[in-house]
Design a protein around this ligand. Structure first.
Ligand code: C2G
Length: 136
């Protein structure tokens, strides 16, 4: 029996623009590491600021898509990359999961929770999909 007051909670973050199988794989695998999966979906403003472009799908749509998934228990808008510690504490996350394109980048949070990097699904990305569609 688990000696804890709340379900084993996993948190992850991402833009999840032009939702694809790589996104679904990482979310399903993240959920299997615990009993509850919370997903921080990055805001349009955050993307504009950090990537100098807006996502194809607006934040309300990306939130709705992620929230509808069987493997996801709750979603929230990630408004700043610098607020991860606050989000981890707020949701009482036990595990932070990210794809391994972020390997090492979130190790600083290992004092708050376990940090796990999962292997990315090969050969699929939002950027490639946008390029393919543009070239059609
Ligand atoms: N992913 C994956 N395999 C792919 C593509 C993406 O496993 N082929 C994973 C990424 O590693 C990430 C998640 O899917 O864990 C979401 O990917 P993005 O939408 O690209 O998220 P990103 O813009 O990297 O997140 O705080 C982090 C930010 O919100 C940015």
């Amino acid at each position: 029996m688990q000696n804890r007051q709340h379900p084993l909670t996993v948190i992850t973050f991402g833009t999840f623009d032009v939702f694809h199988i790589g996104h679904l794989n990482v979310l399903e695998r993240a959920r299997k590491l615990g009993n509850r999966l919370i997903v921080g979906v990055s805001s349009d403003e955050l993307n504009q600021r950090k990537k100098a472009r807006l996502p194809v799908y607006r934040e309300s749509e990306r939130l709705k898509i992620i929230d509808s998934l069987k493997c996801v228990d709750a979603v929230f808008l990630e408004e700043s990359l610098e607020r991860k510690a606050e989000y981890i504490r707020h949701f009482q996350a036990d595990i932070l999961v990210m794809g391994d394109d972020w390997k090492g980048k979130f190790d600083e949070f290992s004092s708050l929770c376990e940090v796990i990097y999962l292997p990315r699904t090969p050969s699929v990305s939002t950027t490639t999909i946008i390029e393919v569609v543009k070239a059609m």
